[in-house]
Design a protein around this ligand. Structure first.
Ligand code: NAI
Ligand code: MG
Length: 493
């Protein structure tokens, strides 16, 4: 054992640890949700050509929030045509300094309307208001600010003297960070001079539609941004449309492979940001309390619906007991419940499908012999919920150590030497991110050189900045988003 003194408090003592808090709900009056939403094509909202719609729910209550238009092939064609027109006549020829003004305006309006966006995102997605308010919305604005700064400096970005945009980008995004993923996709594309057809996820369309309203508000020329709501078929129709020049996708590895196959042999440029099964590696010289905070942030942030989540905790054997004990103690203090309550740490699971997947994979953990632990944690009667869960006694062959769960479920494995930590961390078909917790700078560098992951965090986790590139190795996809690198995906360079 390490020199750190063992804790006396068993996790079962949670009553002594948890505080009672009065409810502190954010008001939902700040945002007006229309009963129905159309598609945003050529600067206007309009119903789908075939009149089809679908419902979007609040996953915390299963209450229907709105009915949303479902785009079919005719709508995809109309949006791509509008985007092409805007590219040829307006946005492509516009000087970068002029494009930048629109991006700055969008960024500023996102800040001005931040509370509205935060409440809407929490309602549609189920994530806590603390996260939408402090992470999703400010980071989305930061991406527009950052790429606005590049729009008139593309010739200095290292892609040649006169880098050209690609044309019309088809962008398909997931439900875990709905507005933020829209910003990651739109901001660099627009800065580089492309026009966009964006397809938000079917369970979280509302903030992308509010962003479409912001495009109107800032006077963005019609057709520069188009938003098509719908499910997988709509996404497939966007990416396979012959007049799309560039595909950007974030989502499951399964769909990413289908998209890559469909684009093969065409001139479309593709970037894919797919799943992950990141190792968060804790050495015996790491400050335990800090590491525990990093573990919690790594896997319980956003209910674990994070592609770069630290879902595999690799902890050095000599400190494994104490780290797990402290972690359990910390987890008993997390509050699960109403996403609009400012005290809430863990919100709702985004959909019934995702809840089923988490439940199924956790059951596989039980069946394969891992030990499951959750803090005492009453779940609300309605909505989709899953308690923070820790599996110990996990081996590398277990499904919960290999497959992306995309939920608040941590698999704990141990190691003895740095070499073993590297081997285990890299033993995955993915390679999006990793974390290292140690007191030694030399060890951080030694590990970072050997970990096959696009992002390696040291003594921190899930830290994002628009200036920093993000992307994967292997089945986590290819291409980079964010930073100067993120421009390359949208330039003919
Ligand atoms: P998904 O990959 O099906 O959905 C992501 C987006 O792609 C959505 O907008 C969806 O409508 C669209 N889409 C679905 N099928 C398509 C197709 N054939 N062509 C074009 N677009 C298509 O992911 P899903 O079903 O929501 O989640 C399944 C699993 O994927 C999750 O449990 C998680 O493991 C992983 N995932 C990873 C994400 C990431 O950030 N890397 C985000 C979302 C899910
Ligand atoms: Mg929803």
């Amino acid at each position: 054992m390490s020199a750190i003194e063992p804790t006396q408090a068993a996790p079962a003592d949670q009553d002594a640890l948890a505080w009672e808090y009065a409810p502190a709900p954010e008001s939902r009056d700040i945002v007006t949700i229309a009963p129905q939403y159309g598609l945003f094509i050529d600067g206007e909202f309009r119903p789908a050509a075939e009149g089809a719609t679908f419902a979007t729910l609040n996953p915390a209550s299963e209450e229907k929030l709105a009915e949303v238009a479902k785009a079919g092939p005719a709508d995809v064609d109309a949006a791509v045509t509008a985007a092409r027109h805007a590219y040829d006549r307006v946005w492509g020829p516009m000087p970068g300094a002029e494009r930048a003004k629109y991006l700055y305006r969008i960024a500023r309006v996102l800040q001005e309307r931040a509370r509205e966006f935060a409440v809407l995102e929490s309602l549609d997605n189920g994530k806590p208001i603390r996260e939408t308010r402090d992470v999703d919305i400010p980071l989305a604005a930061a991406h527009f600010f950052y790429y606005a700064g590049w729009a008139d400096k593309l010739e200095y970005a290292g892609f040649g003297l006169d880098p050209r945009p690609l044309g019309v980008a088809g962008q398909v995004i997931p439900w875990n960070f709905p507005l933020l993923m829209a910003a990651w996709k739109l901001a660099p594309a627009l800065a580089a001079g492309n026009t966009c057809v964006l397809k938000p996820a079917e369970t979280t369309p509302l903030t992308a539609l509010l962003l479409a309203e912001v495009c109107q508000q800032v006077g963005l020329p019609p057709g520069v941004v188009n938003v098509l709501t719908g499910a997988g078929e709509t996404g497939a129709a966007v990416v396979t449309h012959p007049d799309i020049d560039k595909i950007a996708f974030t989502g499951s590895t399964e769909v990413g492979k289908q998209i890559a196959a469909a684009a093969a042999g065409t001139s479309k440029k593709v970037t894919l940001e797919l799943g992950g099964k990141a190792a968060n590696v804790v050495f015996d010289d790491a400050p335990v309390e800090q590491a525990v905070e990093g573990i919690v942030n790594g896997i319980f942030f956003n209910q674990g619906h994070v592609c770069c989540a630290g879902s595999r905790l690799l902890v050095q054997e000599s400190v494994a007991d104490i780290v797990v004990e402290r972690l359990q103690r910390r987890l008993t203090t997390l509050r699960l419940g109403d996403p609009l309550d400012k005290n809430t740490d863990i919100g709702a699971i985004n959909s019934r499908e995702q809840l089923d997947k988490i439940t199924e994979l956790s059951a596989a953990g039980d069946a394969e012999g891992a030990r499951r632990w959750s803090p005492p944690c009453p779940l609300p009667g309605r909505g989709y919920w899953f308690p923070p869960t820790v599996f110990t006694g996990v081996s590398q062959s277990h499904r919960i150590a290999r497959e992306e769960i995309f939920g608040p479920v941590l698999s704990v494995l141990t190691f003895r030497t740095p070499e073993e930590a590297v081997a285990k961390a890299n033993n995955t078909p993915y390679g999006l991110s990793a974390g290292i917790w140690t007191d030694k700078g030399s060890r951080i560098l030694w590990m970072a050189q050997r970990l096959r992951a696009g992002v390696v965090w040291a003594n921190t986790y899930n830290r994002f900045d628009p200036a920093s590139p993000f992307g994967g190795y292997q089945e986590s996809g290819y291409g980079r988003e964010g930073g100067r690198h993120g421009l390359a995906a949208y330039l003919d360079a």
